[in-house]
Design a protein around this ligand. Structure first.
Ligand code: B12
Length: 217
């Protein structure tokens, strides 16, 4: 299959939330020795962007969003090891540490943001949900991340986003990291109030913002 045939199929597999097709097409791309950055950016990312648009237009709901995110993850599970093997990762985005803050188990939105960042070329370290604040800093220091992304879905846990910024300051590490916050109760105003570097309302916007902040637009 040529690129012109393969890329639209990749995008369609994501829009349809078809994990099997997304995986098989990624395997075809690896076997065909295609440029995998092109595969991600011109094949899969347009698909997940379309999903984001459909969601914003009210055409897609949570189940579709999750299926598409899963399909994207399945494709990335094939492409990521191969990218690492070909040492291309370092030419892509920076390293990002992401997680849902301490006390909060909501992880659907965070998983979407993590998948999309990965698809957008970032090397993503996903710490999961209910993550101790110390752990974000430890991991970011360990892997040499440039960005920390904090998700919070509860009004009681969003305060942990502020606490993390305080911890970074106390350790003289605040300027070392861009800190992005998100989740339903967060807002641009909240991000400004706590001194975060940015807020995005959904995964598509989060990738755009992460690219801007890391100078990749
Ligand atoms: C699904 C859900 C659950 C599931 C979570 C399953 C899971 N694995 O995540 C379950 C059933 C477990 C659950 C539990 C609870 N929930 Co709940 N839950 C929800 C619900 C319905 C949907 C959340 C969701 O997944 N949305 C879909 C995703 C795609 O959207 P999202 O998370 O907002 O993420 C997007 C953006 O916000 C953004 N984003 C997200 N993270 C980040 C991070 C960064 C850095 C950036 C840039 C962007 C970004 O991008 C994402 C993708 O586009 C919400 C209602 C709502 N409208 O939000 C309530 C809700 C969040 N839950 C609520 C509550 C109260 C609870 C419980 C406390 C209930 C209880 N009494 O036990 C517990 C919490 C336990 C705990 N300690 O965490 C309340 C919170 C109220 C408040 N103001 O604090 C809500 C708002 C429901 C309500 N109206 O009362 N919940």
């Amino acid at each position: 299959m040529t690129k012109n045939e393969l890329f639209p199929k990749m995008s369609e597999a994501i829009v349809a939330g078809d994990r099997a097709a997304a995986t098989t097409l990624a395997e075809d791309a690896v076997r065909g020795d295609l440029d995998l950055l092109e595969v991600i950016e011109q094949g899969y990312v347009p698909g997940i962007q379309k999903v984001g648009d459909l969601w914003e237009e009210g055409e897609y709901f949570l189940p579709e969003l999750i299926s598409s995110a899963e399909a994207m993850k399945a494709a990335m599970a094939v492409l990521d090891p191969e990218l690492k093997r070909r040492s291309l990762s370092s030419h892509m985005g920076g390293r990002v540490v992401i997680g849902t803050v301490e006390g909060d188990i909501h992880d659907i939105g965070k998983n979407l943001v993590a998948s999309m960042l990965q698809a957008g070329g970032f090397e993503v370290y996903d710490l999961g949900a209910d993550v101790k604040l110390e752990r974000f800093i430890e991991k970011a220091e360990e892997v040499g991340a440039g960005m920390i992304c904090l998700s919070a879905l509860l009004t009681t846990t969003m305060t942990n986003q502020r606490r993390l910024l305080g911890l970074l300051k106390d350790r003289g590490l605040r300027d070392k990291y861009k800190v992005l916050v998100g989740g339903a109760p967060a807002s641009r105003k909240w991000a400004e109030e706590i001194g975060a570097d940015g807020y995005a309302e959904n995964a598509v916007a989060a990738v755009k913002l992460a690219k801007t902040l890391s100078g990749r637009t």
